[in-house]
Design a protein around this ligand. Structure first.
Ligand SMILES: [Zn+2]
Length: 413
């Protein structure tokens, strides 16, 4: 019938024949279709099979909505016998086998979820947020399930919080390709062990050349145990953060002891103390120098921090080692407990810190990824559970370009 051809053309139902259209309540339209090529092909090998049985019930696939109508494709797949694959359900060209959405719906959903909140995406697709979340989860699982990790030489490990009540997940990055390769619940030793044991073969573990992490015993221990040939590098940004925290400890201590008039002088120092020397204005430098008279303890802590910045500029490991030794000696003599504690930590982990000088490896790439992860998290205003969060991380910064797995024939935006 001519009007069915018009509908097929209008809705771009390529490779399908429209057999009927019916309208239902709640703005649902069902379009009866069948594969255009006189079908019954095996989904595994594409060869034609003989029909064994007709399913009793038609099946529905959700398609892209049109003009406020929720569109469903309707077809009754047949069971066929393939010479190679035996009894099997015929190939459905518009959807993955077992999926309840069409490929072009899936593509649109993945693209929307990369770019906007799931709530907005659900609205545009005409489904509830929880339905969308399930569809997304199934799609990502299906598309990642056959994926194997390859060529991992430089890896980074970091933690990320995903819930207001401080739940943590561990992210593993491929630092060369700047992607997330794995997400696991928790940040303890068993979490990271399960990555090395279940996702990498012993050959792959041996091929890891360097691994970057923070000063967490769990991560460091796992790298030492599983990656015999990897150089352990402590992430520079985490070391800098530890120093900043120690300086802030000193500041807080002084704030607690200060009286009202002294507190006036300490106001507004917090962020100033964090600032890197290269981004400081002249006025800020003067304020910090005035501290020398105002509060000697904070001043000394800040000076120590400022001096340590030099460490990252060294090219020769031996010179860096010498510098770090001198610095920790000075910090240990400082009579500032937080700085002394930090100096002891840095001494304990100095090999990992100095490994930066020879490898220049940092999780800086992961800082970029983490920024995106944070955007994803804020967009959803937090996640109650890990899987929906992990789905979005894999979708936006994962090692598989998930939408690209869908054949270009179904990519319409
Ligand atoms: Zn076959």
């Amino acid at each position: 019938m001519a009007e069915f051809k018009v509908i097929a053309k209008l809705l771009k139902l390529k490779g399908m024949k429209v057999t009927g259209v019916s309208f239902h309540r709640e703005r649902v339209v069902r379009i009866g279709v069948k594969p255009f090529k006189n079908g019954c092909r095996c989904p595994e090998c594409g060869r034609r099979g003989t029909i064994v049985r007709q399913r009793p019930e038609p099946r529905l696939w959700r398609d892209v909505p049109v003009g406020g109508w929720k569109v469903f494709l309707c077809f009754t797949p047949r069971e066929i016998r393939c010479a190679t694959h035996g009894r099997i359900e015929e190939n459905i060209p518009w959807a993955e086998s077992g999926a309840r959405v069409t490929l072009r719906y899936e593509y649109l959903m993945l693209r929307y979820c990369q770019r906007m909140t799931q709530k907005a995406a659900a609205e545009l697709l005409g489904v509830s947020a929880s339905t969308l979340s399930e569809q997304l989860h199934r799609s990502i699982e299906r598309r990642r399930s056959s994926h194997r990790l390859r060529g991992l030489r430089m890896l980074g490990i970091d933690e990320v919080s995903y819930c207001k009540r401080h739940k943590y997940a561990t992210l593993v990055y491929d630092l060369e390709r700047a992607v997330v390769v794995w997400i696991g619940r928790g940040r303890g030793r068993e979490t990271i062990d399960s990555f090395f044991e279940n996702r990498l073969s012993s050959g792959q573990r041996a091929r890891v050349q360097a691994a970057c992490c923070d000063m967490s015993e769990a991560y460091m221990g796992a790298i030492r145990e599983h990656c015999p040939n990897a150089k352990l590098v402590l992430d520079r940004f985490h070391v800098v953060k530890a120093i900043n925290d120690a300086v802030d400890e000193v500041r807080k201590e002084q704030w607690r002891q200060a009286d009202v008039s002294q507190r006036k002088a300490l106001k507004g120092l917090r962020w100033l103390l964090y600032r890197h020397s290269s981004t400081r204005s002249r006025r800020e430098t003067r304020t910090l120098q005035a501290l020398e008279r105002g509060n000697r303890r904070i001043y000394r802590a800040w000076r120590l921090k400022d001096e340590l910045e030099q460490l990252w500029h060294y090219q020769a490991p031996w010179a860096a080692r010498k510098f770090l030794k001198r610095w920790t000696t000075a910090a240990l003599r400082s009579r500032l407990e937080p700085m002394r504690k930090l100096a002891r930590t840095l001494r304990r982990y100095q090999d990992g810190i100095l490994a930066f000088v020879s490898t220049r490896l940092t999780n800086a790439v992961s800082e970029g990824i983490n920024r995106i992860v944070k955007i994803v998290k804020n967009r959803a205003s937090g996640f109650r559970d890990l899987p929906p969060f992990a789905d979005l991380i894999y979708l936006t910064v994962g090692d598989v370009d998930i939408p690209a797995q869908i054949s270009s024939r179904f990519r319409t935006l």
